[in-house]
Design a protein. Sequence first.
Length: 707
Amino acid sequence: MKSKILIFLLIALFSSFAQTKKIEAVKTNTPPKIDGYINEDVWKLAKPISDFLQQEPIAGNKPSYKTEVRILYDDYNLYLSVMCYDDEPEKIIAREMKWDGFISGDDNVKILFDTFNDNRSAYWFATNPLGAKDDALLTGFEMKDFNQDWNGVWDVECKILENGWSAEFVFPFSTFKFYDHEKQVWGFNIQRTIKRNNEDVLWSSVGQNLGMMKIANAGDLVGIEKIKRGNPIYLKPFFTAGAQFSSGTKNFIHEPGIDLKYGINETLTLDATINTDFAQVESDRARINLSRFPLFFPEKREFFLEGKKFFDFNLGGNNTIFYSRRIGLKDGVQIPIIAGAKLVGRLDDYEIGFIDMQTATKDTVQSTNFLALRVKYDLFNSSYVGFMTTNKFLKDKISNSFGADFNFSFNDFLGDKNLVLFGAIAKSNESNSLKNSWAGNFFIDFPNDFIDTFLGYRFIQGGFDPQLGFISRKGIQQFIYNLNIEPRINEHGIKKLRFQPIESNFFIDRNGNLETASLMFSPIGVVFESGDQFSFGFGRSFDYPKEDFDIFDTTKVKAGKYWESGYGFEARTSSSRNIFGRIEISKTGFYGGKRSSVGTNVSYTINKHFTISADYQKNFLSFKSSKFSTDEFGGRLTYNISTKLLSSLFTQWNNELNEININYRFNWKPKVGSDFYIVLNQVLSTKDKIQSKEFAILAKFVWMFII
């Protein structure tokens, strides 16, 4: 009898641990006023949660201060309030005001909604005590699957009080995609950061191998009933006007256009654009290339950024069969986009992404149609199998690529460990399609708190040439193995140690010969409780260029086999400081010569309105017959009057181009979804004497209508 009682108690105990946390939303007919003060009687209707635990620095510990969360809703909106208690409100860190700015450097609150409750995708929102706004789309459980370029329609107001700080959010249901069910059950989680303590407190998914990014371990949001997303049409007409002056020529611009967003149903969204314009986009960062491979530049254009994760196809590194910068750009020059459409969302267990863009004729570049289709089918808890095809249509030529992939993600391997199994295979085809036009990427990843290890194999054949993709090198096989060990100390000011017994990378050419290799070893790295950290490492590398190639103007590297050794040191200070930054120093062999490098960046927050940041990279290179150095500088001044009135001045220079590029942007946000920009671009030559090469001034006005 006693044994039966004991078994019953053990079952009850483990069942209680296995239960999913729940927060209940309460319906109201009197919506709260969103002003940051949680003092209206309507909030008393909600059922608060406050059972938070530390995630960092010690998972499971009691938080330093209490956090209380309430949720209400009506027929149109979801309302959420957070009270962040703090006995020393004068020590609250609050500096960022920019939308999608660096909120993580401040005290903050981060919220996750898994509206499909499918454990694989979520909406992510964040704010700080100044009411800055940050939002993103999240898939999987890694930062690489974090799309911060998505911007939703929502609002928040925050206030610093005598007993802490508070936040009030409003989320229109039309912002989300969700199933049309009478009773909604959404995945939900919320995290608060007390930055001066480098402390994260979390409601659900607490544990060393868990955390906010683990969607499958979120709690449940219940109580929402009989709501409709609606199918609003978001119309964003815009007008751009300005002038460009270059080499004695003048070009006056006055272009209208329109963007449209329409929720076809509760799970699919259509985006369309006519006469697409990207006048407000900041110029690319110029970089000196000291390698024999092309540089990869990230996408910055809003139309392609939003929903970009739907079109990811991972062939290792930056290699992919869909690289959106192939559309509307040619060798850094903009090609006009006549029109385009994008469809993203879900149909039952399928995730779908479709994009079709038409560019105009410009100079020698023909009018071209670009098309990409991506489909994923859900498997298990957070896994998928997928397919992708891309097409580039010219008048007399068709190029296409296709691929298939799978991703099996488990967060309960060996109990509570994470494990990822991934594979992808792709082929390119053209009118004169070559043999050996395949590529593949396969890996096993074990990304956990104490041990993080990765084993991968990739290949790209010599004839693989996706016209809508990006490939850094061809005709290779690549073998990778990395091992990181990070024991937690949580004593004597040390949070954890970092050891990297091996970081290895081997490239084999088509004949089976070693072409490139690197072996790195980091014997010690330390992360302090303050957030500061440093690491030291050394290694051995090999490269075998088959042909001579040029670096830095006319310096020639001869073909041949080069074995080199080197070492490096890196230190970072905590972003909780008003002045923080990074410095990296290394010394290595370099194609028979020597290379010494110093890289640094620093940010200084003078106050909540004014921030200065700068970065600098210096390389000293010496060979038997020559010596030279490279210099790259970037600086940014940011002056934000409020969260809706923002300005920044960015400048960059390097001694290869010998050009100073100055970019000034002013942005006024009269309401969510509407913007007014003034953009000034100035290029100054520094080759012989400082003189103007190009100058442009542009104004763009965007106004959002909801129909």
